[in-house]
Structures are given as C-alpha cells and as structure tokens.
Design a binder for this molecule. Structure first.
Ligand SMILES: Nc1ncnc2c1ncn2[C@@H]1O[C@H](COP(=O)(O)OP(=O)(O)O)[C@@H](O)[C@H]1O
Ligand SMILES: [Mg+2]
Length: 357
C-alpha cells in the first residue's frame, strides 16, 4: 500500500496542498510554525477521522473557513482506492471508494497508519487509556471480528452504567451483567491473544532501541484471582455510589516492565520516547504482516529529544520495516534516511518541492 496523491483544503494553516508522496520516503522540512505538524496531522486525519493529538475538529478548520476537505488516492493490492473526508461544524463526512456509510473505521481500513510525534512518550508515561488504544488498534487490524465485539462491549458498558445511575437494583442489573461479562470476557481473551502473538516483536524492537530487556504484561482490569462476574459482585456497592462500572476490560492496562519494575517510572524522557517508538514500530510490523501491505508511518520531528546515536538507531529500524514514511524536520537533513527521499519545503503553510541536491 502507498498513498499516491494527497490534497488538503482549509486544514489549519495549510494552503491548498497537493502532494505526491514517495512510496518509500518523503521528507518535509521547514522552520518552526511553518506547518509541518499540520501537514502530518492532515494525513493522519484522513486515515483516522480524528486528530492524532486529540485536537477538537473545530481547531483544525482553518480560521475564517467553515470546513476542511482531505482527499487521497491509495494503492492497495494493485488497485487505486479514493479516500475522502469533509469536516465542517456539522460533522464528519467520510467517503471510501464512493461509499459514505463506513465512517472512521472505513478510513482506518483503507489507510492504516501509525504516528511517532514528540508526544509519543505519553504511550509509556501516561495513563492506561493510550496503551489500551494501542492494543485495540492492533486487535482491530489483526483480528477481523474485534471491532464489532469491542463496540458491543462498549454498548453493554454504557447500558450498565445508565442502570447504575438510575439507582440500580441487583435484579435490574443482572441482565446487563450477564451481557457485560460475556462480552467483556471475549474482549479480554482477544486482547490477551493479540498481545501473546505480538510479544516477541514488541520485545525485539524494545530491546533494540533501548539496549535493555523490556517486557509487556496485560492487566485485565480486574483482580486476576476473581472471575469478571465475581469482581462485579465485589464492586457492586461502590459502582452504585459512583454510578459507573469500576472493573472490566475498559480498565485494562498494558504494563511495561523494565528491570522487573514498571518502566514508566524508571526511564528518562528520551528513553520513554524510544520505548514508545519501539512499540509503534512493532505494531506497524505486526499489522503489515497481517494485512500483507506496507503501512503509512508518519514521523513528526523524530530528532526531538534524541541524541544522534538513538536517532540513527530509530531511523535504521524504521528503514527495516519497508513502510511508506513521511517525516518532518527543522533542517533539510537527508542523512535521516538511507535512500534518497523526496524532499519538500514548507513555508507559511505552502509546500514546494525542494531542488534535488
Ligand atoms: N485552525 C487554524 N487555522 C489557521 N492556522 C492555524 C490553525 N491551527 C493552528 N494554526 C497555526 O498553524 C501554524 C503552524 O503550526 P504547525 O503545523 O504546528 O507548525 P510546525 O509543526 O511547522 O512547527 C501555527 O502558527 C499555528 O498557530
Ligand atoms: Mg511541529
């Protein structure tokens, strides 16, 4: 897979952008606030239907405009698929090959991508949400039925929480509990299986980038020695008081183990970035194998926080994946790439191809 053509209108500070990324490497360089992150964010939005930095859509629409439109042509299995997104204050419109019924999941299937940006360390140092999303992203690409299952579970959780808020009595709740436990158990099993299959690749990228052994453990979101049903019973009183469900797969975590202890408290900011990047690269490799196609890998200012040696190691690993890479940097630094990249310069949101040389 590679994205052959990309256009953007009305997105943050970007002018009307038209770009043909290289199937291997594209480098975008420009000064601070020239629009590098905005450009990568536009690519990511086309593959996710949301900002990778959690920015609300209204902040992404260019000041003074009422909508943004993104479009791409993606080559997959020898076929060109057109992918489009229009986002106005009225909401998101998605079109994949002319079909507007698929929503963000259709984007993710058509243009699977991963991002390493200067906030990537949050995957290691932040709360469990991001690590759950990480695991769910893997499951989505590796396990065909996972998205439907996960949605069913979310619905059951919402219904149970609504019943709790409505002053839940055990009788009324037990119907929701059965569904919650059944679906929750399946989400748990699927995630454990996905992690088990990913473990070697995760460890391998982790130790290569960090130069130390790293391990990963799944914490289900309830006590290991209880069934989910028993855990729900244990927490019933507290759930009623709080009006939300305290245990279950929505509270799961992916624990990162370094030297027998939790990595997030041990490693420096630069090491957090390396570990988080290793996780992203491992996930990219696993998804590429499952989907039998290269992914789009967006690297926003990969040099940030990293010394020369670590950056070199990261970029070597990136090169080994065979993904379609689009990276940004302050300077025109082609030594970031082993092969000659396609180079663009961005200035005040306008893009132009850099003279080769
Ligand atoms: N909705 C918007 N409309 C217009 N400009 C915006 C919008 N959101 C952000 N910007 C501006 O875009 C500029 C470029 O930001 P960014 O892409 O992060 O630059 P870089 O990554 O090159 O440092 C910033 O000056 C920012 O204020
Ligand atoms: Mg930036």
């Amino acid at each position: 897979m590679s994205i052959k053509r990309f256009t953007a209108q009305g997105f943050r500070c970007l002018g009307n952008i038209e770009l043909e990324p290289d199937p291997d490497y594209t480098l975008i360089h420009g000064a601070n606030a020239s629009g590098k992150t905005s450009l990568l964010e536009a690519f990511a939005y086309l593959g996710r239907g949301k900002s990778f930095r959690g920015a609300p859509t209204t902040n992404l629409i260019q000041h003074g405009e009422h909508e943004f439109v993104l479009f791409g042509q993606v080559e997959a299995a020898g076929r060109l698929v057109s992918v489009g997104v229009r986002n106005s204050r009225g909401g998101l419109e998605v079109r994949v090959d002319g079909d507007s019924s698929g929503g963000a999941a259709a984007l993710a299937a058509a243009l699977p991508l991963q991002v390493i940006d200067p906030d990537v360390h949050n995957l290691v140092s932040g709360g469990p949400d991001e690590r759950r999303r990480f695991l769910d992203w893997l499951a989505f690409h590796v396990e065909p039925g996972y998205l439907a299952l996960w949605r069913q579970f979310r619905r059951a959780l919402k219904q149970r929480n609504a019943a709790l808020k409505g002053g839940g009595n055990r009788g009324a709740l037990s119907a929701w509990d059965r569904e919650f436990c059944e679906l929750g158990g399946r989400v748990d099993t699927a995630r454990q299986a996905v992690l088990a299959a990913a473990l070697e690749t995760l460890r391998e990228h982790g130790s290569a980038l960090l130069g130390a052994d790293i391990d990963f453990r799944y914490a289900s979101g309830w006590s290991r020695d209880r069934s989910l049903k028993e855990a729900l019973e244990d927490h019933f009183e507290r759930d009623c008081v709080l009006g939300t469900t305290q245990v279950g797969p929505h509270r799961a975590d992916l624990r990162l183990i370094y030297d027998e202890r939790q990595a997030r408290r041990l490693v420096s900011r630069g090491q957090q970035k390396l570990l988080a990047s290793a996780m992203i690269l491992a996930a990219t490799e696993i998804a590429q194998t499952a989907l039998e196609r290269p992914l789009l890998l967006l690297l926003d200012d990969p040099a940030a926080e990293l010394d020369r040696v670590s950056l070199g190691r990261l970029m070597d690993r990136v090169a080994g994946l065979g993904s379609q890479v689009i990276a940004t940097s302050l300077e025109r630094d082609e030594s970031l790439f082993p092969a000659a990249p396609r180079v663009f310069h961005v200035e005040q949101g306008e893009l132009r191809a850099a003279v080769q040389g």
